[in-house]
Design a protein around this ligand. Structure first.
Ligand SMILES: C[S@@+](CC[C@H](N)C(=O)[O-])C[C@H]1O[C@@H](n2cnc3c(N)ncnc32)[C@H](O)[C@@H]1O
Length: 205
């Protein structure tokens, strides 16, 4: 039952042990690096917000790439690990709505496997809000467990409630919110991944 799931606070240390590296696959790393390249080529300030930054590994990777990263996460446990492991990072408590975060000069927003925990209608509203607050040309990367079936499907995530998106459904939500899709990658399920995985990158109109 969903109520029995522990939540990220309880699992933060185990999460850090299980995923000592920010990326599990080459395609994930390359998708994030391609996102960083686009932000750096955008002509906007090289500031990025990492939505659901978790234990901070990806944010630290982006910082090493020369981006100025602000990590946001609702889990105080995950943030405590991020602060301990990556004291150089700026991380604050918050959720995907990014309340109080100034997006007007931000070059990019990255949300890796965090919007999966936001109900689909709220994801659509959040994307519309980001689009209204970001400068034209800002780059967004959203990644998620994907579905081969059309639409959006709740699934039995080990930690908390979560939804899988068909890549076309995610693309449609992003475009409807005011972004132009630039590219997406879809990797198939394998021994380590129960579901396909999508990384989708778009630019704010
Ligand atoms: C699977 S972890 C991914 C962490 C990190 N983005 C990465 O790529 O390693 C999901 C993260 O999303 C965060 N999260 C859960 N609900 C959220 C929400 N409503 N808004 C933003 N982040 C959320 C969790 O606290 C957790 O740190």
């Amino acid at each position: 039952m969903i109520a029995d799931r522990p939540g990220y606070d309880a699992l933060a240390e185990k999460y850090a042990e299980t995923f000592p590296e920010p990326f599990q696959t080459a395609i994930e790393r390359r998708a994030v690096d391609a996102f960083a390249d686009l932000v750096q080529a955008s002509g906007l300030e090289p500031g990025v917000v990492d939505v659901g930054c978790g234990t901070g590994g990806v944010a630290a990777h982006l910082a090493r790439r020369g981006l100025s990263v602000h990590g946001v996460d609702p889990s105080t446990g995950m943030l405590a690990v991020a602060r301990r492991e990556h004291p150089e990072l700026t991380v604050t408590e918050g959720d995907a709505r990014l309340t109080g975060v100034d997006l007007s000069k931000v070059g990019g927003v990255i949300a890796r496997h965090s919007l999966i925990h936001v109900p689909p209608d709220e994801v659509r509203a959040v994307l519309v809000d980001w689009s209204a607050r970001l400068p034209t040309g800002a780059v967004v990367l959203v990644s998620a467990q994907a579905a081969d079936e059309p639409g959006v499907h709740e699934f039995d995530h080990a930690v908390t409630r979560a939804w899988r998106w068909h890549p076309d459904a995610l693309g449609a939500a992003v475009v409807a919110a005011g972004f132009d899709e630039l590219w997406r990658t879809v990797s198939r399920a394998d021994a380590d991944h129960r579901f396909p995985d999508v990384h989708l990158v778009a630019r704010c109109r």
